[in-house]
Design a protein around this ligand. Sequence first.
Ligand SMILES: C[S@@+](CC[C@H](N)C(=O)[O-])C[C@H]1O[C@@H](n2cnc3c(N)ncnc32)[C@H](O)[C@@H]1O
Length: 353
Amino acid sequence: MANIDERELGQMLVSKAKSQTVQVDVGKVSRGSFFTTDTSWLTDSVRSFLTEAFATVNSALDPFAGDGHLLQLLHAEFGVATHGFDIHGDRWPNNDSLLDIPNIQRSVIVTNPPYLANHSAKRKGVQSLTLQYFAGGRDNLYKVALDRCLESADFVVAIIPETFLLADYPFDRLVLASVIEQALFADTDAPALVACFAPVGLGLGRSAPVYVSDRPVGTLRRILASRLPSGTSQRRMRFNEPTGRIGFRAVDGTAVGERIRFMPAEDFSYPRSGVKVSSRLMTYLEIFDLDAAELPRFCAQANELLESIRNESQDLALAPFKGNNKAGRRRRRLDYELARRILLGTLEDGKYD
Ligand SMILES: C[S@@+](CC[C@H](N)C(=O)[O-])C[C@H]1O[C@@H](n2cnc3c(N)ncnc32)[C@H](O)[C@@H]1O
């Protein structure tokens, strides 16, 4: 291949340095075809929302209907009329629902739209198929799908990535979100939630309650507030610093005790040579002007603050990362922005001059 950036359709970039690619299933990736075969998304809170919605409009539409699992369940549980669209296959009327969703009856939309980040479309070599959808500026196909659903229906129930809670998306019509703990899809373990939206003017916005399955966690506002204020401190720190005196494991491991934490560099076995400017999982960092003798106390306090954030938000303040650990708990990743806030908060509270 002459130029690695001019790949053929569906050639996913594995290593730019080694010019390595693998072929992905172009149709499946670009259409986000992962089917919802499990019923755990229909929690008690989602069920009550749907009961009220169907009392207003007695029909359901899935504009990304696939094998029709969601519609079958809705018909069986609520007895409503169902109809669907898809861009693929001949089971449903063909419609490009990322461009427009015809819904004259204003049926309740219940759907699991395609998920695909713009940067993943580039990496997976399917950008030419998805380019037109990103023209409006959204960064993931599920957000484009949500835009179309909210335009064409008053009530929308969407199974979307759990990262929606931390996303830059208007929450004004949101009335509840329920994080799904079980593996929902037959062929991917993408962490998901069910977001329920009301008609314009009736949403709760950031006051919407968030559940994990049916356990209430608090409002979306509270979860976002647990990520601490961004702060104005000028203390100098540098992440991804190979000679840094603090080791930072930014992801939970698969073993139960392997939790995200900060530690004095000598307690971290990760090779310093593995640190790159793009490192996001394991790294070293430096806090300039912090006395070496204070490092163990400082790391312990930062870990305490992190654990209190995890407790308060039941982990939802952190992004999910690659499935569950061996105890069945969803693994998490600490983004550097929240890590920075935790370190600054610790510096301020612990009086490290
Ligand atoms: C994630 S699957 C969900 C299927 C079904 N809702 C379920 O949960 O089992 C997404 C579906 O959307 C369809 N799809 C992808 N892009 C589409 C588009 N632009 N318009 C309509 N359907 C599309 C795919 O063919 C696939 O069947």
